[in-house]
Design a protein. Sequence first.
Length: 375
Amino acid sequence: MPPRSDWSLAREGVTNDTIGRLIKYTVLNPALTLPLILLGRYTQRGNILAAEHGTFFKHLKTVVGLGLLRSVSAWLDDAVTNNWSNDTYVWSQEVVVVTGGADGIGKIVVHLLAERGIKVAVLDVQELTYEAPPSVRYFNCDLSSPSSIKSAAAQIRSTLGNPTVLINNAGVARGRTILDSTEKDINLTFKVNAFAHYYLAQEFLPHMVKNNHGMVVTVASLAGWLTAPSMVDYASSKAAAISFHEGLAAELVTHYKAPKVRTVLMCQGYTRTALFEGFAGKALYPETVADEIVKAVLAGKSKHMALPETAWHIVPRVRSMPLWLQYSIRKKTSNLMTNWKGRQVAQPSEAQEKKDGEGLLGDEKVEDSTVLVGA
């Protein structure tokens, strides 16, 4: 099933994004509004209508100006983030790595790519929760372990070839306050949500740089811009992932001279995956997030994305708001994790240390794998 188009009604129903897209494609679309101005200026009938409805045409000119400004800004966004260069992806020859692709958002991303016959390598410690399509290969990997990442990367190169697209989708959350977090909680969160991005890039990026062709997708979170109580380590690790994306985009041009290697950032809000079960927030469907990730990958261009889309105009700007408002907003998010009971399993690298039960959540039992669900 192909990703949904911009014109499709969201799975979440009529949302602020629905209204925003409607305005973008109509009122703020110069292709629709500019002809009205031209007709009002250069046709006899248009002159009469413009004179009779002066206030309307005055506002119409404002709308056209805003639409043109938005279009120019969007064009500059695309040109600058892609370093004024184009590239071609031959999907029958590309190799895509998806971390945390055994379930959740990653699972859907894998299926959307596999439907096109694209070769996909899934890195996860959890076994696949589905039957692998013909073009998909599973590689067991503990993303909290640099040595496990190195071993899995070598296996991918020897079986599928050098990856040209890396999708850093895996994520974990512990759901504890700062004082309740153990050393293992904090280490696990940062190792999977941030450090693994570095180790994976060190494995796969050199080939992309050498060929000036490839893409690194960072699946972060709106939490990287807005921290909430009881998820400070998660939010901090996602903020680190956002910084990784931003710094990588700059280094590709300034240090590695590889301007055609693309960087994509996805910052989504609460998504209906097992990782955030019980989270008290408006929920996105994982299919919605996966659709946007795959559309960006198939477009072969660098891109910044936020879901809901309207969050892009609000959440990253919280830090620039007056302090009284910033602090009030963060305090009001304290109820988000009250009933959270996201799925928790121990990492293989921690199993030995946790055999006595240290650091487990509630009645949690040590298992052989962790659930790396993108969130």
